[in-house]
Design a protein around this ligand. Structure first.
Ligand code: GLC
Ligand code: GLC
Length: 651
């Protein structure tokens, strides 16, 4: 539709829906407050309606009953907003006035499984002082909604988005926790698992009962004809669990699209009813007090025959439409993208209008790549043109999360620096699974596909960084190197631009936990090796003076606390420095007038670096490392210790 017509139709539709909005507001409150609410919603619609209309029109305009859905979606949105608790309305206003709140240098994240960390939500609340001590201001709770019995993919197979799994507590417990977080200045992050539901979600059950309406919520086929057509271009995400992307359902005698596990049914967003229904679930979640929604598996939400069914343009339109709904009903809420795909695609999900923040899987993979090779050329090549993001957005920088590591760097970036990408991935897989002579890492293969040779890696941060091997061999030298490696890596996460995120347990250097191998629902998913239980009694021993765990904890806490006081580390602007050394990463961070230079040695050898180049770049005569207090002159060559990390300010 031409732009002028679109504007005209958007306005016309809104005029038709408006009386119902006014009526709903009138029903909920007194006239005075009603006038205020109307003013607020009118202002938000003025700003976002045209965009929302355009997105929905592109996605669903060809449906004969488009207006029905349009009205329904907007009224659902308004309804959710009217139900929004007072404290969240206030926080919305504060954030509308400070829309880039999440770019602050004070943001530091942690993620955890409620049951593994603290058993349940009530006990989790008692851990607030723990988070504060560590410096965390952002906590991502892994899925805690009602999920299927048995294997639920760690809660990613959701049976009810409005109920908390009873093993964690009740929905009321979640609300109380959210309030406590808000008071403590901690941002709450929850998943919006919207690519699929569990096979025992009410919609899936209705489909299994033969309801045509609900069968249309999913991709369900009577025979292999269409699945086979799709299959020609599809990847397999969990090939050791099940081949192909479809699961035969004996009850329905039909094939169901299941990108991940067989019990995770992909939703069919081509059906506007699915968008409407999931929008209602999302806004319900928004009202629970969540600040950031982690959009799970964003790449897979739209399917089109003849394509890989990943990262399709419609996937972006859908997320933008969800984003627009939040701007209207819950403007304090932002999205975090989980797109673990090619770096060119990862960045396409990131914008103010789509996902404001995103996992940085490329940096994650390349940090592991660089410490394996002790070379930073691929990392620098990638950072040189991939780190910069649009205004109002940020990377989430992490080393490990609950998932595996995939070597998702760009092949051309590798070729440019003389690396054969295929061979290199093979080397990295061998390095991180103990099949490379001299490796320090103790990792486990994940989803090894015998046919293609593809593999991903599981393992905790500390085990991959060499601590497990060092402790096994009781070798003080290896342990020392592991600790220094860890310090250097967190130093980069905390300073390179964006929000650092740890997976809780890392702060004590927890090692791989191989006990999952004997648990039937977990045994064939090696990701459980890096999801150890936080054993608080055991921790008391680990925390003792002089232990390695204590040291790691002190190191990480110190980096976080220093970060919070360095204004230069807010935002995301980063520029690589031309200091030439193949084992060195050096960059400068700038935020307004504030400047910080970061140097990191990626090898266990000493390095010589000539700082005179910095003088040539216009930096002062003396630089002070804010971490050690040491002063360096830019007139000379300096020696960087193994895995040295310097955060330099002009003195
Ligand atoms: C996401 C989650 C992962 C899960 C998958 C399916 O990628 O991070 O743990 O297996 O989605 O929900
Ligand atoms: C794939 C998916 C990602 C998911 C992961 C789980 O990499 O792209 O979304 O987290 O598999 O292993």
């Amino acid at each position: 539709m031409p732009k002028a017509d679109l504007e005209y139709e958007a306005k016309r539709s809104l005029n038709r829906i408006r009386p119902k909005i006014i009526q709903r507001i009138g029903e909920t409150c007194e006239a005075d407050r009603g006038a205020l609410l109307l003013e607020t919603i009118e202002a938000r619609l003025e700003e976002h309606w045209l965009r929302l209309f355009g997105l929905l029109y592109q996605l669903y305009g060809h449906h004969y009953d488009f207006f029905y859905y349009l009205e329904n979606i907007l009224l659902t949105t308004v309804e959710c907003w009217l139900n929004r608790p007072e404290a969240l309305l206030e926080s919305d206003v504060r954030r509308e006035n400070n829309p880039e709140w999440y770019l602050s240098e004070e943001m530091i994240g942690g993620s955890l499984y409620v049951d593994l960390f603290s058993d349940d939500l009530k006990t989790l609340r008692t851990k607030l002082p723990y988070f504060k001590r560590l410096g965390l201001t952002y906590i991502h709770l892994m899925p805690l909604f009602a999920s299927r019995v048995g294997n639920s993919d760690g809660g990613y197979a959701i049976s009810d988005y409005r109920a908390v799994d009873s093993k964690f507590g009740t929905f009321e417990d979640l609300l109380i926790l959210a309030d406590a977080f808000r008071e403590a200045g901690i941002v709450l992050v929850l998943d919006f698992v919207f690519n699929h539901t569990s096979d025992d979600h009410e919609w899936a059950i209705r489909a299994q009962e033969g309801s045509r309406e609900y069968m249309d919520y999913y991709h369900i086929y009577a025979d292999r004809q269409i699945p086979d057509q799709y299959e020609q271009q599809l990847r397999e995400i969990f090939p050791t669990t099940r081949r192909g992307n479809f699961t035969w359902h004996e009850g329905m005698k039909r094939w169901v699209w299941t990108t991940f596990n067989s019990f995770q049914w992909d939703l069919k967003y081509a059906n506007p009813e699915v968008f409407r229904a999931m929008a209602a679930e999302m806004l319900f979640l928004a009202n629970s007090g969540v600040d950031i929604l982690r959009l799970d598996a964003v790449a897979f939400i739209w399917k089109q025959v003849g394509t890989s069914c990943e990262n399709l343009p419609e996937a972006h339109l859908l997320i933008q439409a969800f984003n627009a709904l939040c701007r209207i009903a819950a403007p304090g809420l932002i999205f975090k993208s989980e797109a673990i795909v090619h770096p060119d695609e990862v960045v396409r999900y990131i914008s103010r209008e789509e996902c404001q923040i995103s996992y940085n899987p490329t940096l994650m993979a390349l940090l592991w790549e660089s410490i394996a090779t002790r070379e930073t050329k691929l990392l620098k090549q990638s950072l040189s043109h991939r780190h910069e993001l649009d205004g109002g957005t940020a990377w989430i920088n992490y080393l490990r999360c609950h998932d595996d590591i995939g070597w998702s760097f760009d092949n051309d970036d590798a070729w440019v620096v003389g690396i054969h990408p295929g061979d290199h991935r093979d080397f990295l897989n061998r390095f991180y699974t103990g099949r490379f002579e001299g490796t320090f890492a103790s990792g486990v293969p994940f989803q090894h596909n015998e046919e293609t040779g593809d593999m991903r890696i599981s393992g905790t941060m500390a085990s991959l960084a060499g601590l497990e091997q060092g402790q096994e061999k009781d070798d003080a030298g290896l342990i020392e190197m592991a600790v220094l490696r860890i310090r250097m890596l967190y130093g980069i996460l905390s300073s390179i631009g964006g929000i650092p995120l740890i997976f809780l347990g890392e702060e004590w250097g927890l090692l791989n936990d191989y006990s999952y191998e004997s648990i039937p629902d977990k045994a064939d998913d090696s990701r459980w090796v890096h999801r150890p239980r936080m054993n608080w009694d055991n921790l008391k021993r680990l925390q003792g003076k002089g232990t390695v765990s204590r040291r790691i904890n002190d190191i990480i806490s110190e980096l976080f606390s220093v970060r919070k006081n360095l204004t230069a580390l807010g935002g995301g602007e980063m520029e690589l420095l031309p200091l030439e050394n193949s084992h060195l990463l050096s960059f400068v961070r700038r935020n307004n007038e504030n400047v910080l230079i970061v140097l990191a040695n990626f090898s266990e050898r000493e390095l010589e670096v000539d700082l005179f180049l910095l003088r040539a770049e216009g930096y002062g005569h003396f630089l002070k490392d804010v971490l050690s207090g040491e002063i360096y002159s830019t007139k000379e060559k300096i020696r960087l210790k193994p895995y040295a990390l310097l955060w330099l300010e002009e003195d």
